[in-house]
Design a protein around this ligand. Sequence first.
Ligand SMILES: NC(=O)C1=CN([C@@H]2O[C@H](COP(=O)(O)OP(=O)(O)OC[C@H]3O[C@@H](n4cnc5c(N)ncnc54)[C@H](O)[C@@H]3O)[C@@H](O)[C@H]2O)[C@@H](O)CC1
Ligand SMILES: Nc1ncnc2c1ncn2[C@@H]1O[C@H](COP(=O)(O)OP(=O)(O)O)[C@@H](O)[C@H]1O
Ligand SMILES: [K+]
Length: 512
Amino acid sequence: MYIGGRQDLAALDQFTIEQVGLPGAVLMENAGSAIVSAVLSSYHDLDARILVLAGNGNNGGDGFVATRKLCDHGYNVELCLLPKEETLKGDALTHFLVYKNRGLPYSTMATMDKDKLQSKINCATIIIDAMIGSGMQGIIKDPFRSVIEMVNESTAYVLAVDIPSGLEADTGLVTELAIKADRTVTFVMPKKGFFLQDGPMYIGEWEIADISVPYQLAEKSTQSLPRLITNGDVYAQLPKRPSNSHKGTFGHGIVIGGSSSYVEAPIYSAKAAFHSGIGLVTLAVPEENYTISASQLPEALYIKLSNKEDHISPASLSDISFSTYKAIAIGPGLSRFKHGGKILEILFSKCQDQPIIIDADGLFYLKDYLHLVKEYKGPVIITPHPGEMAALLECSVEEIESNRLEVAKQFAKEHGVYVLLKGHRSIVEVPDGNTWVNPHGHDALARGGSGDVLTGLILSFICQHASPEQALVCATFLHARAAEVKAKKLSHYSVTPNAIIEGIPEILNDMR
Ligand SMILES: NC(=O)C1=CN([C@@H]2O[C@H](COP(=O)(O)OP(=O)(O)OC[C@H]3O[C@@H](n4cnc5c(N)ncnc54)[C@H](O)[C@@H]3O)[C@@H](O)[C@H]2O)[C@@H](O)CC1
Ligand SMILES: Nc1ncnc2c1ncn2[C@@H]1O[C@H](COP(=O)(O)OP(=O)(O)O)[C@@H](O)[C@H]1O
Ligand SMILES: [K+]
């Protein structure tokens, strides 16, 4: 499923109107009807008081259609047009005239003082936000400003038409104020802004409505648009498991990490790999971590790396026979120490072309070794959280967060790496290829060790013959879904890395 920005949507609408020959007023009729269907599917109480707040652009036009049709269904619905009537034009004006020709009632800000509007908002059970849609730009201005404040303070259920008013479709930025929707019915495709910056906090539950803009056009003409990872994508891309297979079929991976302060991190990665189908895992950890690691995960094979003070001695990596492993994950719990970058130097010199996944403190050292990545024959995958990405780029976390899609794309292109930029709505960027956005995951994942689990999943799927892109798509989605399913059972407060690992089989079992 593609996600688009303002211009992508406008181009698709225009194509449908001009080339396909479906007039804009028909699309608007469909959009309004989709809002009505959303109300009909959830609210059967005809006494519910529905207030439609409309702007003067096409988003408002959708609101006029919805109000007319809700009246026809017998709902107790009221239309309030916020800008002046004279400012209406185009399809919105057409549908406003249809509304008026039907003799249906409406009020405007001009005919009503602020207190009266406030009392309408307070009395509403459902508010339909048709003030501003994808045409939103800049700082929200009056008359919408004060109305948005009132709506956000009310107890009404808020249904946003296409996008909550005040949220920027391209960037997910809310400058000062936007509608906090309970549900957003969006047209044609989800907007990029739903998954960036403030967006996820404003859209509520969301769904896509078909308004007869042919979606196949998006697939043909918008290859560069990001895609949302769906259950279907993951099902299609998960490594298949022939029943006559043996452990060699599903690959042997190695996790290199751990230090005296961070014992658990590489264990979480290896456990996650075991719970998601890998054939064999070797844990290469400092020798002083061996006993506790082996007691927690006896299924793994072990390489005891010699310690230097409280961390791995980089030179000890020279003794690993890397050709044994189908893929390598490095970084969880490695810790930061002087000359730690030597670890990457040795790793890249000893590996041939197997996929290398660099996470956590491995990324800390990467900044000075990016040339090795470019020269390496095999795929390199990096999994930074915004702080790690900011350190790699020597910029602020804010700069990363306000440009997540661009940052990931640029970095992947420049260095030829697969980038998984983590966070609330993680981004998977394939060098010179696709961009994927994960719509799942929440605060239950905001706990030390969550990222280590994800690294193990990526390793596991690569060892099972998934391409790096497939592995990243599957791992990112399953990791977040596992946390969601566990949070439902245990509470958002209580999802440990081990709980996420236990959630993985539940999600895998549900995949179809
Ligand atoms: N033919 C089409 O293009 C279709 C568009 N549709 C609807 O039309 C919407 C896009 O319509 P438009 O491009 O007319 O734009 P919108 O109706 O989303 O917004 C434009 C209006 O918002 C005001 N506005 C923008 N930024 C503002 C700010 N910062 N403060 C205060 N007011 C602001 C503008 O002055 C203008 O009146 C979509 O979101 C969708 O709901 C649907 O009807 C389907 C067909
Ligand atoms: N609020 C959140 N919403 C969605 N995903 C989250 C959230 N907080 C954390 N995550 C996910 O949890 C993981 C945390 O990784 P990371 O920060 O590397 O943790 P650690 O290094 O402690 O294991 C990432 O996959 C990230 O996307
Ligand atoms: K809206």
